[in-house]
Design a protein around this ligand. Structure first.
Ligand code: MN
Ligand code: MN
Length: 455
């Protein structure tokens, strides 16, 4: 039976969540996450697999390696005592989050108002009205023709300017035929960038001023065609509630599982099976692309490792994948006291009642779902119960209310055992998402037991 706040040591939970909040605050894009994860891994003794391949180095039990692709996804491997063909123990989280991206030609001046704006194209499932009237920051990279990259991070430091998408005042918003969501269309999610002319009332004098400022940052207007700038909520993740039992932060889907998986991964010593931590991109848009889970990159890295371990057969890679057990570490919907009608109280996840396992996700009769085997769930129950870890077996909302998915169905294609397993959130995909500190700690404990326990 699930208990509320199973944890005895609130001090440990709160301390763990201080570091978690820092991770959230400092890593608001997939690129920023890859850089941080790589640095943390290097400190823990992980080596660059690419360099080992180039040197033709040998990989053996106890070695730790990482492989990143396009600086937007990263995989960590910790080689176990058993042959890799015996299978891996895998934690798979994603590090992309819903946001607004700048369009390739974003900069324009509105002629009626002389306000300069950035045109955006949203990424992932957002409720568009939630992105207006709140402080926003710009994060990303501008890649120059000379091969250099300008890093952009404006709106986070004290004293930085922030940005905003305007919303219509309630006084003039009487279009009763439209819902809140339909009043804001994607094409109108334009970020206000400036309003001061450089000289007099010349045509587009405000835009000219912004272009001058961009030049001072080594960015030409045409450089935006080879840039990735993400518009995200400005500001730090914070404690929420008088008792500080919650975290309010941007991008907790799925950096809450990425962080807890990473911490677990870095702390395990001398694993029996080879461990893998996946931190992938593009989950919010279907996992396609070279940095998404559907890419062959992960499989290729297993093949590279196998060769450097002297297991030079195609079949050992297939066996490694097929014999693996994985937790697809991703968030689920928490039962929301303000929207009880969307949930089934016997089968949905509650904040504070531990890490949540979804046997299946999908929508409309489980369509698109990975369906974890009960044999696997029984093995997990044994480990979790023995270690007194708080967990709940859940669904995501009422039947036909909607649905969702993770990367579970993709890795299940290899024939491995995989189940969705992560923290419940309130207002998932909103600019600021809510998690329970207790669940964050239970997730970390669960991931550690999964990696070190023998399934
Ligand atoms: Mn997710
Ligand atoms: Mn999501």
């Amino acid at each position: 039976m699930k208990k509320l706040w199973n944890n005895k040591n609130t001090k440990d939970i709160f301390a763990f969540c201080e570091d978690y909040k820092d991770f959230l605050s400092n890593n608001k894009t997939e690129r920023e996450c890859v850089i941080s994860i790589r640095e943390m891994a290097k400190k823990a003794g992980y080596q660059d697999l690419k360099e080992l391949i180039e040197k033709g180095a040998k990989i053996k039990t106890g070695d730790k390696v990482y492989a990143s692709n396009l600086d937007k996804c990263i995989f960590l491997f910790h080689i176990g005592k058993r042959p890799i063909s015996d299978g891996l123990r895998i934690l798979g989280a994603h590090i992309d989050s819903p946001r607004l991206d700048l369009k390739p030609n974003p900069l324009y001046e509105n002629s009626a108002t002389n306000i300069v704006l950035f045109d955006t194209h949203y990424y992932g499932g957002i409720k568009k009205y939630q992105w207006t009237a709140l402080p926003l920051a710009l994060h990303g990279v501008v890649c120059k023709k000379d091969g250099s990259t300008v890093k952009v991070n404006i709106g986070e430091k004290d004293g930085d300017p922030v940005f905003c998408i305007s919303d219509l005042l309630p006084h003039l918003d009487r279009d009763l035929s439209k819902s809140a969501e339909n009043k804001i269309i994607g094409e109108n999610l334009n970020v206000i960038i400036g309003g001061m002319p450089v000289s007099g009332d010349n045509k587009e004098a405000v835009k000219a001023g912004i272009i001058k400022l961009l030049k001072s940052m080594n960015i030409e207007e045409e450089d935006f065609i080879s840039a990735e700038i993400e518009v995200v909520p400005a500001g730090k993740a914070r404690d929420m509630g008088l008792d500080r039992s919650f975290v309010l932060g941007y991008g907790q889907d799925d950096r809450i599982c990425a962080y807890t998986s990473l911490k677990a991964m870095l702390e395990i010593e001398k694993p029996e099976y080879t461990l893998a931590g996946m931190f992938v991109d593009k989950e919010e848009v279907g996992s396609q692309g070279a940095s998404g889970m559907q890419s062959l990159f992960f499989e290729d890295m297993i093949a590279e490792i196998s060769v450097l371990m002297g297991e030079n057969s195609h079949l050992s890679v297939r066996r490694a994948l097929r014999n693996s057990f994985m937790l697809s570490s991703d968030v689920t919907a928490g039962y929301d006291p303000n929207y009880e009608g969307a949930f089934d109280k016997n089968n949905d996840a509650f904040l504070g009642k531990g890490i949540s396992f979804n046997k299946y996700t999908g929508s409309r009769g489980k369509s698109g779902a990975n369906d974890a085997s009960p044999e696997y769930i029984a093995k997990l129950r044994k480990i979790l119960d023995e270690k007194d870890i708080n967990y709940q077996l859940t669904e995501m909302g009422k039947i036909d209310q909607g649905g969702g998915g993770t990367i579970a169905y993709i890795t299940a294609n290899y024939g491995m055992n995989v189940i969705d397993c992560g923290c419940p959130l309130l207002n998932m995909h909103a600019p600021w998402e809510i998690s329970s500190k207790s669940d964050i700690y239970e997730a970390y404990k669960c991931y550690k037991e999964f990696l070190s326990g023998i399934i």
